[in-house]
Ligand binder design. Structure first.
Ligand SMILES: [Fe+2]
Length: 395
């Protein structure tokens, strides 16, 4: 166990002055932000030995190839912190292309071989150590990693937290075997790190959290003080995790099956951010002879929907294409028009050219006095939090 896991370490100016900084053994650290899916990936390398690790790569692996080549780094490890639900991972492709070891936590349920990582283990990267912390909650297999450069300090300067600790938020635990109690325990463990440790999460926006502040990084000290979820006692934390959750990500089922190696449904990723055409839902446009596809969650649909609308949640689109006719005009509807826009982009990308998004969603429809069918509150599940998420999915 690291010293910083036992107790917060305080350094005086004199002890910092006495520390030996070996200028010839710096590290390289780069955060790559994918604006289209709100995801962050990372390259960590030793400048002494040129060995590199890449964490949570996207499917757009050319960006990493180029960087490795430019920097003359040799890729030793590709680490997926967990089975992702919102983007197709590029980890296997990257590891195969570079002869690197593909790493995941030992408990990862996937259909391909990988180097199993264990809690407390160190991956060596030249003089660097990547110290593995098993931090389940968002997913059972999720790991965080401390980045330690011993010639500079025996203590970690950074922690990659994936979808455990996010900036101003925490990763949602409500699907894929997630567990709010385990998330609470993992966060409690991370908060034992010293204040100075920089926090680099797996997302800076998107559907894996519900209140990310938008910054791409933070510190343990700042989050301890100002992350509202970290101030809650266990029971309040657990209930807040289930009170209001964002909708499941677009094409989550297909993306997860792909990332587990059970199928190759990479087409489920949005690759084009061109806006799809939309139609007003203010009662002026005729919806006769069109298929109204309601892409909200079943609990939202059960509460209220347009008569005749068919419910097909955005998370299931790519795996239920056989239910979507190709020869009929389609209007996609969600709560406020954001999910339906992304879903329309996806359907048009794969050839459903006669598909448009319903602008303003059910909010516009109801405000305009459009007819609705309502269910009782008892039939509805947890309230779905509407998040503004206008980007395309990215690669
Ligand atoms: Fe995730």
């Amino acid at each position: 166990m690291l010293q910083c896991e036992r107790e917060a370490v305080t350094h005086t100016r004199s002890s910092a002055r006495n520390a030996v900084v070996n200028e010839e053994m710096p590290l390289y650290f780069k955060q790559l932000l994918d604006e289209r899916c709100g995801c962050a990936s990372y390259i960590v390398a030793s400048r002494a030995t040129r060995e590199a690790a890449i964490v949570d790569p996207s499917l757009n692996t050319e960006q990493y190839d180029q960087l490795l080549q430019e920097r003359h780094f040799e890729l030793r490890y590709v680490i997926d912190t967990h089975v992702h639900a919102d983007h197709v991972s590029g980890a296997r492709k990257l590891a195969a292309a570079h002869g690197a070891q593909l790493c995941m936590h030992e408990s990862a349920q996937v259909a391909f071989p990988f180097l199993p990582l264990h809690d407390g283990e160190d991956l060596e990267l030249g003089q660097l150590r990547l110290h593995i912390l098993h931090t389940p909650g968002h997913r059972p297999e999720l790991i965080s990693m401390l980045v330690i450069n011993p010639p500079r300090s025996p203590e970690p300067s950074m922690v990659l937290t994936a979808d455990s600790l996010l900036v101003g938020d925490v990763g949602r635990p409500d699907f894929g075997g997630g567990d709010a109690n385990r998330q609470y325990e993992s966060l409690t463990r991370l908060l034992r790190l010293p204040d100075w440790v920089g926090v680099f999460p797996g997302h800076f926006e998107g559907p894996c959290g519900k209140g990310m502040c938008g910054r791409p990084s933070t510190t343990i000290g700042f989050e301890r003080l100002y992350n509202p979820l970290l101030r809650l006692e266990r029971d309040a934390f657990v209930s807040s995790m289930s009170e209001e959750v964002p909708a499941r990500p677009l094409n989550m089922i297909a993306i997860e099956r792909t990332n587990r190696g059970d199928a190759d449904l990479s087409f489920a990723m949005l690759s084009d951010s061109a806006e799809a055409p939309s139609v007003d839902l203010d009662g002026r446009a005729s919806l006769e002879d069109v298929l109204i596809l309601d892409v909200r969650e079943p609990s939202e649909y059960a509460l209220v929907h347009i008569p005749g609308a068919v419910n097909l949640p955005q998370a299931e689109l790519a795996t239920r294409l056989d239910e979507i006719p190709r020869d009929q005009p389609i209007v996609l509807v969600c709560q406020a028009g954001s999910r339906s826009q992304r879903a329309a982009q996806f359907l048009r990308q794969i050839g459903y050219r006669n598909t448009v998004s319903g602008r303003g969603g059910m909010e516009s429809w109801e405000a305009a006095g459009g007819p609705v069918e309502r269910g009782s509150d008892e039939t509805a599940g947890p309230r779905v939090k509407e998040t503004e998420w206008a980007h395309a999915g990215g690669s």
